[in-house]
Ligand binder design. Structure first.
Ligand SMILES: NC(=O)C1=CN([C@@H]2O[C@H](COP(=O)(O)OP(=O)(O)OC[C@H]3O[C@@H](n4cnc5c(N)ncnc54)[C@H](O)[C@@H]3O)[C@@H](O)[C@H]2O)[C@@H](O)CC1
Ligand SMILES: Nc1ncnc2c1ncn2[C@@H]1O[C@H](COP(=O)(O)OP(=O)(O)O)[C@@H](O)[C@H]1O
Ligand SMILES: [Mg+2]
Length: 293
């Protein structure tokens, strides 16, 4: 089993080049946040912005526009009920997150179907939360094109794979993935738990080495989706960006957990730019990230 370590992550999160602009660091679309779960979309978008995404647009229920603008003016907004506008926007995006707080009612399903139908070859789609629950419940067909990154927690993976949590062994999980590969051969599985594992299309399995129970609070997974989107939009190759994102999310949480009983996702996002600065700091030969601020 491969372990995601700090040295590995430092090879992926590299210093920025001078002759670049926001268009070089990923156009990200976050789709989620219905009238009950607006916070999920806001936490995902916040993490994406703080993890360095070049441009972030949040497609959500208009009820959330004011809160989102007030908390995160860096994000543009779109009414996710306007399916034509959503389709047009999808076509311009490098990375799409669908699911945080999307909900599972009929309008949510229409939004998800619209998005799955629009995925193009070079896009990466992070499929989380309600989107996973809906794909499982409605047996939706996966897009043939694009890179699909599923980020279920164990219960969501149970719904999608039909494997009970107790039986989610590597062998069983790989078998379920093989069935999904008949629909799309570029499927990545980030199976979240107290010991998150990442299953790559080349059959490698990577286990995360960071994380703590302070993260067991609503919104931690929403923040992960934003970090993954931002990393995929900025760094290469795709597999390394996913692994680095998983590590960074929990490594920042570990720093907070040294001082705080619970790791609030908003606090986690605030620290991302500091942590990434340290990761990319080539003068820091000691490879130590035990700083406090
Ligand atoms: N502030 C917000 O707006 C929030 C919205 N959320 C959204 O709410 C929707 C429903 O997601 P939920 O995950 O809350 O509900 P789910 O019903 O999908 O899953 C939660 C259930 O799974 C069980 N479970 C078993 N193993 C687990 C594991 N390893 N990690 C987490 N749960 C595990 C839990 O005990 C619980 O019964 C999603 O769209 C999600 O994005 C959540 O992210 C919470 C915060
Ligand atoms: N006890 C724990 N130890 C380590 N990581 C945890 C623990 N509990 C939760 N996490 C992490 O927090 C995140 C929770 O994701 P998720 O359940 O989707 O949250 P939400 O949907 O509320 O945002 C995952 O990244 C998971 O690995
Ligand atoms: Mg979740």
């Amino acid at each position: 089993m491969n372990k995601i370590t700090l040295d590995f992550v430092k090879k992926t999160v590299i210093p920025r080049k001078s002759a670049t602009h926001k268009g070089n660091y990923g156009r990200i679309l976050i789709i989620g946040g219905n009238q009950n779960f607006g916070g999920a979309a806001i936490m995902s978008a916040t993490a994406a912005v703080y993890a360095g995404a070049g441009l972030v647009t949040t497609a959500t229920d208009p009820m959330n526009f004011t809160a989102l603008h007030a908390r995160l003016p860096e994000s543009m907004v779109l009414d996710f009920n306007d399916l034509d506008a959503l389709s047009t926007m999808m076509a311009k995006m490098d990375v799409v997150v669908i699911g945080p707080g999307l909900g599972t009612d009929a309008p949510s399903e229409q939004i998800l179907r619209t998005v799955l139908n629009q995925v193009s070859e070079n896009q990466s789609i992070i499929i989380d939360g309600s989107a996973i629950t809906l794909i499982a419940a409605k047996k939706l067909t996966l897009p043939r094109q694009g890179h699909l990154i599923f980020t279920p927690h164990q219960m969501e993976w149970q719904r999608l794979s039909d494997i009970t949590i107790a039986n989610q062994t590597d062998a069983n999980n790989q078998q379920a993935l093989q069935k999904m590969v008949t629909q799309n051969k570029n499927i990545y599985l980030v199976l979240k738990s107290n010991q998150t594992k990442v299953y790559l299309p080349n059959q490698e399995i990577w286990v995360n080495t960071t994380g703590n129970p302070g993260m067991a609070t609503g919104g931690s997974g929403d923040a992960l989706t934003g970090i993954l989107a931002a990393f995929i939009g900025q760094f290469k190759p795709l597999s390394a960006s996913i692994l680095a994102g998983v590590y960074t999310h929990s490594a920042v949480a570990d720093q907070i957990y040294q001082e705080q009983y619970v790791v609030l996702p908003q606090r986690l996002s605030e620290r991302l730019p500091y942590f990434m600065h340290q990761l990319a700091d080539r003068s820091n030969q000691a490879h130590q990230l035990g700083f406090h601020f």
